[in-house]
Design a protein around this ligand. Sequence first.
Ligand code: C2E
Ligand code: CA
Ligand code: CA
Ligand code: CA
Length: 287
Amino acid sequence: FEPSMQDRARLRLALETDLRAALALQQVKLREALTLDQFAVHYQPIVDLATGQLTGFEALLRWQHPTRGTLNPDGFIPLAESIGLIGALGSWILRRARHDAARWPLPAHGTPLQLSVNVSPLQLREGPALIAGITEALQGAGLPAQRLEIEITENAMAEQGASVLADIHRLGVRLAIDDFGTGYSSLSRLAQFSFDRIKIDRSFVQVVGGTAGSARPVAPSNAAWMIRPIAALGTGLGISTVAEGVETAAQASLVWEAGVTEMQGYLVSTPVPADAVPALIARLDQA
Ligand code: C2E
Ligand code: CA
Ligand code: CA
Ligand code: CA
């Protein structure tokens, strides 16, 4: 069976119409989700490599979709951006995460835990709205500005004027460069900003194999030579570096030997719902 050109054109049009309808429906559902309380924030621990102590959590957005289960943000953040919903969603995340973080128990080591929140490049571009959202989130009790950190990807930081970043700093809030090593920024561009933490993208960490829990020694690899100068940059600037996506003991020792100061990844814990955080803090207190 060989469909005619006309049939094929008709089929393509039908598919396109379906796609557009599906997208429109998704947009409606995404808008509804905010009012229907279908979003949740999960938290993933970040631990100090030297001491094993918990230093804080990164807030990661989830959509508890009525029919499709729990959805990760990569799938719907771009959609939220395209329909102008990211500002409202971003403010909601900040308020929600602040509310949760204000209730976290103090860990045994006694230092209050940090809360790291991601913001999208679009939120950064709408600077005043972002600053208003952060200011509002800081107004409630329980989370002093120094405990809040805003994560900005290397690319977003590079394309952004320094002013909104300076405004964030002026509030006393910390700044982290996210996904470091994957962007297009030059070191001279980065030198124009001051930030408090560097998060090394997991693509650098995961080049080393090994299954979770294996204590197999790390094979010599290019990865260490890539990670080492980033760690040294952190040391030189007097700020911490976080290795992202650490899944195995081999990866943990790789980043430790390269001089990285903190790690985050499935080896310690996957992101957990807010109500599971106290038990996780208690577990990491034992470690
Ligand atoms: P990200 O900021 O780089 O966040 C880290 C991602 O790596 C998270 O994916 C986390 O679940 C995942 N991850 C953590 N440990 C491991 C590991 O050991 N192995 C692997 N393979 N993955 C690990 P998630 O939660 O799906 O988030 C994806 C991205 O969506 C984030 O990347 C961030 O760019 C964005 N995002 C998440 N939450 C928010 C938010 O509240 N606002 C905005 N604007 N973006 C967000
Ligand atoms: Ca992040
Ligand atoms: Ca990252
Ligand atoms: Ca990422």
